[in-house]
Design a protein around this ligand. Structure first.
Ligand SMILES: NC(=O)C1=CN([C@@H]2O[C@H](COP(=O)(O)OP(=O)(O)OC[C@H]3O[C@@H](n4cnc5c(N)ncnc54)[C@H](OP(=O)(O)O)[C@@H]3O)[C@@H](O)[C@H]2O)C=CC1
Ligand SMILES: O=C([O-])CC(=O)C(=O)O
Length: 271
């Protein structure tokens, strides 16, 4: 039997902790070998419930220790890991902070040159299967409308050049309208899904995005509308905010776990 592939998880927050726990529970063909945390003093508590004993390493050392590195970091920590991945060709980089792929100039070209495989799971959005097919027949327009409860943007919500308390937003309020690239710059922790849609479809500048804070909803809601020569697809995801981090939808971690499970499965459905 082949040796299991070694997996490292970067960042043990709301998403990373669930991914590490799933690997610990067992995903065929994969083995949790290493993790990176911001503060080593918290690592013991985070790893206490696991059966396996992954080594705790600095971010930049993860690529050496693993065949697959799963990034679950805040956007600000992404580039340290991404640059380290470039020095380790032939590995797989599974990315949660997908927006950073649009922000890092030249990273995708460098990854191609380094034979680095980048995998962006669907995360908090559904409908990418249809988007991929529509791209093949001929895309005409792709639009993403994201609505979240005000608290999903944090205590302070940015509206134009002002920041207001989430509790002060009493009606649906448009926070942003523009391209996917601009949306990531404006809301890096809230709209990675725009980058995922852009990469699968019309690109960062031709994918249009609206972001709304809506006190009337409880779910992080993403609606994607795809117009192509094959017709129109509309897909709506209504996601529970993650209990540990309401900016992120709870389903996101499970999309990464599902992507890891697919790597070694005999049948691949819906790709
Ligand atoms: N693709 C998608 O559809 C989605 C993507 N996301 C993105 O996924 C990413 C992870 O989200 P989430 O888990 O909710 O975020 P969290 O803030 O819950 O977790 C991030 C973790 O990274 C840790 N960390 C910070 N700096 C470092 C460092 N230098 N080295 C190692 N660990 C570090 C933090 O440590 P500490 O706890 O000590 O601060 C924290 O535990 C974010 O960028 C988020 O925007 C989110 C939702 C959907
Ligand atoms: O989790 C979500 O609903 C979406 C999100 O934060 C992101 O795309 O960054």
């Amino acid at each position: 039997m082949a040796e299991p592939l070694r997996v490292a998880v970067a960042g043990l927050g709301s998403i990373g902790m669930r991914v590490a726990a799933a690997l610990d529970q067992g995903i065929e063909g994969l083995e949790l070998k290493a993790v990176a945390v911001r503060d080593a003093a918290t690592a013991g508590a985070r790893l206490a419930g696991l059966r396996s004993s992954p080594v705790i390493l600095p971010l930049a050392d993860l690529p050496e220790a693993a065949d697959i590195v799963v990034e679950c970091l805040p956007p600000s920590a992404f580039s340290v890991l991404a640059n380290a991945m470039l020095n380790h060709g032939g590995k797989t980089f599974v990315v949660a902070s997908v927006g950073q792929l649009l922000c890092s100039d030249g990273f995708l070209d460098a990854a191609r040159a380094a034979d680095l495989a980048i995998l962006a799971p669907s995360g908090a959005i559904a409908g990418l299967d249809g988007l991929r097919a529509a791209r093949e027949i001929g895309l005409e327009a792709v639009a993403l409308k994201t609505r979240k409860p005000p608290l999903s943007f944090g205590d302070g919500v940015r509206i134009g050049d002002k920041t207001v308390a989430a509790s002060e937003i009493k009606e649906p309020t448009c926070l942003f309208s523009g391209s996917a690239r601009q949306s990531i710059a404006a809301f890096p922790k809230n709209i990675n899904v725009a980058a995922t849609v852009a990469l699968a479809g019309l690109g960062a500048d031709r994918t249009s995005v609206e972001i709304w804070a809506d006190p009337g909803i409880a779910m992080n809601t993403h609606e994607i509308t795809i117009r192509s020569k094959g017709g129109t697809i509309t897909a709506v995801s209504e996601n529970l905010p993650d209990a540990d981090n309401p900016k992120s939808s709870a389903i996101t971690a499970y999309s990464i776990i599902a992507a890891l499970r697919r790597m070694e499965s005999v049948v691949s459905v819906g790709s």
